[in-house]
Design a protein around this ligand. Structure first.
Ligand SMILES: C[S@@+](CC[C@H](N)C(=O)[O-])C[C@H]1O[C@@H](n2cnc3c(N)ncnc32)[C@H](O)[C@@H]1O
Length: 293
């Protein structure tokens, strides 16, 4: 419950710096009550999202939101969603998907079994895009994809693969720009105002919960995609996650970041070599000493 603020409280709310204290307390509440650690997310964008969430949930103050975090555990999925924004698109940034298809897949094709980790899969649009491209390249039968996210709700929606049909036109344009060879409509059925991705596409995908803040190496991957996730993290957390990716990749394995993300200032930058830098595709250096988990 958000309780109503008195006039006196309203004056206190506008005191400079008070909202920073409240954000810190909210972070503590989430950690101690629910075990989610947001302390290393980039402060400015986290604060913005906390403020938006406070409004969305009709709380007068961030302290009101803290009270709900403590006493209404059923709100947790909404709170995680508000703080992590699981927004995505099919074939988002088509040039990157074209780069995968034309430059990375021919090299992956030399492996008898291909493991892909897609970290921060949100509602699954990215993983289905990847599956379609792998299918068209004739590689999907020997590929296993692990699609992970910290949000159970996002993972459930990703498994369901149901999206608003209004997205179809834009996604179809993205698919063509990615070098798609068929019609995107071949991969989904539309009903009323929804489209459902062909469930057969899920056959080699395992959806699993994994928190990049606290969980460890996930699999031995030939390709890791983690796009538009680390942009929300502080530098130390970005470095932790990059070490995790380094330890999860086979030598020469590929790492794809979002177009607004880069390894430029990362402490482990020297361990990766740019493969298609404009597309933010990197490769784990071949000479890298492999640390076993
Ligand atoms: C903006 S979406 C990006 C989705 C997709 N990768 C794309 O580029 O379209 C960010 C996703 O990262 C997930 N995320 C945020 N923090 C995470 C963490 N610590 N561990 C795992 N996933 C996280 C969120 O739940 C959300 O689904």
């Amino acid at each position: 419950m958000c309780g109503c603020a008195t006039d006196a409280e309203d004056q206190t709310v506008s005191a400079p710096g008070l909202d920073n204290i409240e954000v810190d307390l909210l972070i503590q509440a989430l950690q101690r009550r629910h075990g989610y650690d947001f302390s290393q997310y980039a402060p400015a964008s986290l604060k913005r999202r906390v403020q938006q969430l406070t409004e969305q949930l009709d709380c007068k103050t961030i302290s009101g939101l803290i009270e709900r975090v403590m006493h209404e555990p059923e709100l947790l999925p909404n709170i995680l969603e508000g703080l992590t924004v699981p927004a995505s698109d099919m074939f988002r940034d088509p040039t990157m998907f074209r780069g995968l298809r034309e430059q990375v897949f021919p090299l992956l094709a030399s492996y008898p079994q291909i493991n892909i980790w897609q970290a921060g899969c949100a509602h699954g649009q990215e993983v289905y895009s990847l599956v379609i491209l792998l299918e068209e390249a004739g590689l999907y039968e020997r590929t296993q994809i692990f699609a992970t996210d910290l949000s159970d709700r996002a993972l459930q929606q990703a498994q369901d693969g149901i999206y608003p049909a209004r997205e179809a036109q834009q996604w179809s344009r993205n698919y063509q720009a990615s070098g798609g060879t068929r019609s995107l409509a071949d991969y989904y059925s539309a009903r009323y105002n929804l489209l459902k991705v062909d469930q057969h596409l899920r056959r080699n995908v395992t959806f699993a919960k994994h928190n990049l803040v606290s969980d460890s190496v996930f699999c031995e991957a030939h390709l890791i995609l983690c796009r538009n996730v680390m942009i929300y993290f502080s530098n130390p957390l970005q470095n932790r996650v990059l070490s995790l990716f380094r330890d999860s990749l086979v030598r020469g394995g590929f790492l794809c970041l979002g177009l607004r993300e880069s390894l430029e200032y990362a402490s482990s930058a020297g361990e990766f070599t740019p493969f298609a830098e404009q597309l933010r595709i990197y490769r784990l250096a071949i000479h890298q000493e492999r640390k076993l988990a």
